[in-house]
Ligand binder design. Structure first.
Ligand code: DSN
Length: 420
């Protein structure tokens, strides 16, 4: 079977053009959004495969539709590989993405009104960690911990004190904009102290954990670990819940039929192949290089006078305070960098006095650049371009000139599977 782009071209030139345009944008620009990456080329094949046609409500050997011999095979492969790679007792690979994945855990482990202690969105947590605008924030009682000044790190003693006060059912760690390693042993101890379940959402760093570059919360006795599959892990868009066997039945029932109907079996096939590839030695090298590249990029940005939230990074992401560094807000910075072929996202910083649409910073990361094969020397160059662009955010000719240079670098580092 072949993915028929020729047919798409004939049937719908508008959509075909948009696909081609997006491919060119990705090929000719530097993707610095830390939650984005380039999937393993094999994932394009599974995403566009006949598994997209198949309903498979239920679980392996227990489906509600016929014709499941091959769906059962790929889901079993994905489950076994997930358990092995992450050293998990149980794995559910059906969540459609990150939000339903975390929602399913809450549905499995909590009753409405129960308390969860989680990281505040504005300090680097995630929408699904109970932000008041999310529906989970309305069903459960999320109490939020923050990072602490002056260094912007997590203050574990303060988190313990809050846990003792609010007696949560779940202590949740994990982040989408915190550039530091998490001390999982401290979180496990805090949860034990108050008799709570201990959960980590490692969506951003799932690939770095799989590759051994960062610690695995399951090695610290965590009850539940969730991760999306399309970020540092380089798989299809999807989610996985890894948990102790004692929670397996509740978690599975919460995913299906609790939260979802039919899983996207083309994504499950992609997760299966991703987990096989992420277990290879080359992925260990990749994960370590992502972290090295982030440090190199952060060091160079600091050398060039940037103010970074927490003063640096220990994982794959960096937050630049653009107001302090360049006297521009994150929205202006994001727009300017787009013109220069450097894709980032605007980002609130801890205790940001500005609104989320015009926050004080931008967030960047190295997973996608590392997938293209870039290393420390390229990070130095990227830092120089970032700073040049942010010093002249309204100077279009300068920004376009940087984009020309970016294009030249991109040619030397093609995206795997998208070589011209
Ligand atoms: N949107 C993802 C991120 O950028 O962190 C998480 O959902």
């Amino acid at each position: 079977m072949q993915i028929s782009f020729e047919l798409l071209h004939c049937s719908d030139p508008d959509v075909f053009d948009a696909v081609l345009g997006e491919e060119r944008r990705q090929r000719e620009g530097l993707e610095l959004i830390p939650s984005e990456n380039f999937a393993f080329p094999e994932v394009y094949a599974t995403n566009g495969s006949v598994f997209a046609n198949k309903y498979a409500e239920g679980y392996v050997g227990r489906r509600y539709y016929g014709g499941q011999q091959f769906t059962d095979r790929i889901e079993s492969l994905a489950i076994e590989r997930a358990k092995q790679l992450f050293r998990a007792e149980h794995a559910n690979v059906q969540p459609l993405s990150g939000s339903p994945m975390n929602q399913a855990v809450y549905m499995a482990c909590l009753a409405p009104g129960d308390t969860v202690l989680a990281m505040d969105l504005s300090h680097g947590g995630h929408l699904t960690h109970g932000a008041p605008v999310s529906c989970m924030g309305r069903i459960f009682n999320f109490v939020r911990y923050k990072t602490s000044p002056p260094d912007g790190h997590l203050d574990y003693d303060a988190i313990l004190a809050t846990a003792r006060e609010v007696r949560p059912k779940i202590v949740l760690c994990g982040h989408s904009s915190y550039p530091r390693e998490v001390d999982y042993s401290r979180f496990r101890a805090i949860a034990d102290d108050v008799g709570a379940l201990c959960m980590a959402d490692v969506s951003h760093v799932g690939g770095l954990i799989a590759g051994g570059a960062l610690a695995n919360p399951l090695d610290f006795g965590f009850d539940i670990v969730t991760t999306t599959t399309h970020k540092s892990l380089r798989g299809p868009r999807g989610g996985m819940i890894l948990c102790k066997s004692s929670l397996a039945q509740k978690v599975d029932a919460a995913v299906f039929p609790g939260m979802q109907g039919g899983p996207h079996m083309n994504a499950v096939a992609g997760i299966a192949v991703t987990l096989k590839l992420a277990a290879l030695p080359a992925f260990k090298t990749y994960a370590a290089q992502v972290v090295r590249n982030a440090r190199a990029l952060a060091d160079e940005l600091l050398q060039l006078g940037c103010t970074l939230v927490t003063g640096g990074t220990e994982n794959h992401l960096i937050v630049i305070d653009t107001v302090r560094s360049f006297d521009i807000d994150g929205r202006i910075a994001e727009t300017a960098l787009d013109l220069a072929g450097l894709t980032v996202n605007k980002q609130v910083i801890p205790d940001d006095p500005r609104p989320p649409v015009k926050p004080s910073g931008i967030r960047l990361g190295t997973p996608a650049l590392t997938t293209r094969g870039m290393r420390e020397p390229e990070m130095k160059q990227v830092a120089a371009w970032l700073v040049q662009a942010l010093r002249a955010p309204t100077h279009e000719p300068k920004l376009r000139n940087i984009h020309d240079q970016v294009r030249a670098l991109c040619k030397e580092f093609p995206i795997p599977g998208l070589e011209p």
